[in-house]
Design a protein around this ligand. Sequence first.
Ligand SMILES: [Zn+2]
Length: 79
Amino acid sequence: MGKACQHQKLVQSDICAISYCADCGKMNLALGAITLHLTVKQVEEIAATMQSGLKIIAERAETSEALALTNGPGAGSLH
Ligand SMILES: [Zn+2]
């Protein structure tokens, strides 16, 4: 405490940047106007949760593609 945090930038993309303070063991996730101060553990959990969500979306996309195929060519198409 008392000493200013020394955040080290880890990675940056077009939409977000992540820096890390070794003193606090906290990561800063800057996303647009929002900055989240999170522990490494929290970031791990968020990343895992996001992966789970993305997996479900991917699975649903596969399922709807499979349905479109079983409905045959031209199904749902009214050109
Ligand atoms: Zn710090």
